[in-house]
Design a protein around this ligand. Structure first.
Ligand code: AMP
Length: 273
């Protein structure tokens, strides 16, 4: 018998400000325990205790696509300015116009919405023209409906622990990035957190993997975001439908975790092209 899968999504606010969000793709047997965990997470968030918690539980009608997680590379550059230069080099190597790479970094650094604040979702940037394609530049496009199978998640947490890597931020970002760059017209994703206490960020690409930089911004800075770089001439509504609606489950874990000094080493090792 084919099992039914559900999308469970949590969003919590405190004094009408977003403080926490998370989502799961689960079978019926796990609904109650997953809901309890998400509620606990919203109530114990570092940004304060939520006063409104929204939970949405929805039977998934779309077929679930199963994918593998991206390999994890760490580029050990502890000066965030030099790390941003490495990011630019990497993006240019991936075929993204130089002007688009600088524009993307500047947007995340100053706040990518028209008021210079953080967006809730991502910028969609055409990689040749550097034009922004997302319909709503305040909200952006939010990737949703992605998660790990129970087994893949367990193995990932163990792998991160063995490699002394962060187990709170990386799993969710890795699932998101693995879904995002699995779309054939998204060449890369750039992300750094808007959490003032978390300086890490990454560039993700299907061939190169999840290239994380422990320092992509100075400590204490509350500006961050995501940019999805796309091929010219793409079907935007198909892309947005994929990102928002198509359920994707990471069922295979790529166990490849390595450290590098520069992005050139990553590229050489991946034998791009
Ligand atoms: P976070 O990694 O949660 O600190 O998020 C950093 C930034 O990425 C946020 O300010 C949003 O602009 C963007 N973002 C967060 N979640 C998503 C998502 N599910 N899809 C697209 N963009 C997101």
């Amino acid at each position: 018998m084919v099992k039914d899968y559900f999308s469970l999504r949590m969003r919590a606010t405190k004094e009408q400000q977003h403080i926490s969000g998370a989502e799961r793709i689960i079978t019926a047997a796990r609904i109650e325990s997953a809901a309890a965990k998400l509620i606990r997470r919203a109530r114990e968030h570092a940004h304060g205790q939520a006063d409104v918690i929204n939970l949405t539980l929805e039977l998934l009608e779309n077929e679930i696509t199963e994918i593998s997680s991206l390999p994890i590379r760490t580029i050990k550059q502890d000066d965030y300015r030099l790390a941003r230069d490495e990011v630019k080099d990497l993006l240019v190597q991936l075929g993204i116009n130089k002007q688009a790479t600088s524009k993307a970094i500047n947007l995340l650094a100053k706040g990518a919405n028209p008021k210079g604040e953080n967006m809730r979702g991502a910028v969609i940037m055409e990689l040749t023209s550097a034009n922004r394609l997302e319909g709503d530049q305040f909200r952006g496009v939010r990737a949703s409906r992605m998660d790990y199978s129970g087994e893949a998640k367990e193995r990932l947490l163990k792998l991160l622990e063995d490699n002394e890597l962060n187990r709170t931020h990386i799993p969710e970002a890795l699932a998101l990035a693995s879904k995002v760059v699995a779309h054939r017209q998204i060449v890369a994703e750039l992300c750094w957190s808007d959490d003032p206490d978390y300086t890490g960020g990454y560039v993700a690409n299907q061939e190169l993997g999840y290239c994380r930089f422990p320092f992509l911004k100075p400590e204490g800075l509350g500006r961050g975001g995501r940019v999805f770089f796309v091929q010219p001439g793409l079907d935007l509504s198909e892309l947005v439908d994929y990102l928002e609606q198509k359920p994707v489950l990471v069922t295979q874990l790529n166990p490849n975790i390595k450290e590098y000094q520069t992005i050139t080493e990553v590229i050489t090792n991946a034998e791009l092209g």
